[in-house]
Design a protein around this ligand. Structure first.
Ligand code: HEC
Length: 168
């Protein structure tokens, strides 16, 4: 009788232990599961943030907004400089001087502070530039008068850019 009792209680206690053990490991598994889920969610959020940052920086890539997306610059082309100088004198000097602020900014060193694409887009598409490009917007806020569209074509704008390259 005594032996039976011991045997049963042993059996019961081992049952209890094994049960407890099982519960624990289930908990652990649950924990691990929720941890990995958490991590995954975290990673997703981080990725999203990164994407948004990237988006913000591509919306201002320094090239401005307009038809010009890429300009290859070589050595200074003197013939193009001359052509650009004539176009500049005719279309731009009502508001600009190279070395002095008038209606618009002094254009000395403009090719150092802006990209070639930005300069050409500012010449070809000034209205949209001062509405949407952060740098041009800031200029309008400072100069108040809007830069006028002189209806140049891309070739003419490229020539003016070449002229500006000699004015640094
Ligand atoms: C009616 C006046 C006016 C005329 C004409 C004009 N501009 Fe402007 N320009 C401005 C003003 C004002 C700004 C500053 C931005 C603004 O307020 O819109 C500016 C800005 C610029 C800038 C940016 C300067 C910087 O510091 O980043 C460039 C480049 C430029 N003009 C080139 C030209 C060229 C090239 C022509 C001729 C084809 C021209 N502009 C004709 C008024 C004018």
């Amino acid at each position: 009788m005594k032996i039976k009792f011991i045997a049963i209680s042993l059996l019961l206690s081992s049952f209890a232990v094994s049960c407890g053990g099982n519960e624990k490991s289930e908990h652990k598994a649950d924990d691990a599961h929720s941890k990995t889920e958490h991590k995954a969610e975290h990673k997703k959020e981080e990725k999203k943030e990164h994407k948004e940052e990237a988006k913000a920086s591509t919306s201002d890539n320094g090239k401005g907004i307009g038809p010009i997306t890429s300009v290859e610059l070589g050595d200074i082309d003197e013939a193009l400089v001359e052509k650009g100088k004539e176009i500049y004198k005719k279309n731009c000097t009502a508001c600009h001087k190279i070395g002095k602020r008038v209606v618009g900014p002094a254009l000395k060193g403009v090719t150092e502070r802006r990209s070639p694409e930005w300069i050409m887009n500012m010449i070809l598409n000034p209205k949209e530039m001062v509405e949407k490009d952060p740098t041009a917007k800031a200029l309008l806020a400072e100069y108040l008068a809007p830069m006028a569209d002189q209806s140049l074509n891309e070739e003419e704008a490229r020539a003016v850019l070449e002229f500006f390259r000699t004015k640094n």
